[in-house]
Every structure is written in C-alpha cells, then in structure tokens.
Write a protein that binds this ligand. Sequence first.
Ligand code: SF4
Length: 193
Amino acid sequence: MYIDRILAPIETLGPGKRLVIWTKGCGKHCPGCANPELWSTAGEKKYSVDDIVTIIRNIYKDSAFDGVTISGGDPLEQIDELLVLLESISDITNDVIVYTGFYYDEIINLFDSVRVEKLRKLVAVLIDGPYIEELNQYDLGLRGSSNQNIIFFDETVRDKYEDYLSQGRKIQNVYMGNRLISVGIHNRKEESH
Ligand code: SF4
C-alpha cells in the first residue's frame, strides 16, 4: 500500500486523539489541493498491509488512541488494501474516518456491492467529494469545501462528531523528523485535508 506518513496523536482531524494515515496516489488533481506531493505513486515504496498494521499496533500499545483517520492522496484508489487494513485493526477502534475525492454516488457505481458493503461496515464516517477551493469556507469543520459531505455509516458516533464539528476548524503543528507539519483543515490557499 502506498502511504506517505502515519502520525499520532492528532486532535485536528476528528474527535479525540487519533492516528492519521496519509495515503499516496490521487488522480483528481483538485486545484488548490494541500497535498499535491501525494498525487503520484511513481517510484514510491509500497508497504505491505501487514507492516502497516504492525506499526499501528505498536503505536497503540505505546499510547492508545480513540480513532483512526485515513486521508491522502485518495485512500479509495487503493480500496482493496484499505479494506484489509481496516478489517485488521477493527478490534482497536470502530471510529474510522476516510476522506475521498469521490462522491458516494460515484463510489457505489465504481465498486461492486461487496466492497461498498465492507466500506460501510468498516468506516464510521466518510467525507466525500473533491476539494473545490472557491467553496472553502472558514467555518467548515472537517471539510475543505462545502461540496464535501460528512456521511455517517455508523450512527452511534454522530453525537460526538456533532459536538466536535461545533468547535470549528482546528490546526495542530507536529514535528516529523526535523520538518514541521501543520495538520488539520486549513483556510483557502492552504491545506485542504
Ligand atoms: S484535495 Fe484530495 S481529492 Fe483533491 S487532489 Fe488533493 S488529495 Fe486528491
């Protein structure tokens, strides 16, 4: 699976302390995308899902997190690996957010019903749709632009998300090696997710 980084604990991409994975690979190329360096997978290292699961479990052992957020890139461009990964960590948490540049209507046409049902079972919240810079509004929590939808596949998490969303956008600065990364939903001309 092509991934760029795993960071934890992150508190700006969903409620609680979360582990966040940024996947690589996205063909949408939205103007204003925060992460264009994650579009291409050419020449990039592919990690086995088992290795990624081991990393996640080690992080959880050291410091338990409340949920997982998968961003990118577009995680659904690697849907088979993604589903295996989510199944493998489903004992850790059922609070999983997946961002995608596809709308849900596209997803149900792109993938067969088995994959879609698995996605609905393993993902609590899907945030769908491409980033449209003109629709980036500063008061949109968890979303880069207002065309994107927050879809609850698991209704039991809705209350805590609504509380989190009422707090607006949040930004967290994290060191990765000696590089400072700003994580969260940014206002226009900055990062989208
Ligand atoms: S905003 Fe998301 S969907 Fe759009 S190009 Fe960037 S990673 Fe892809």
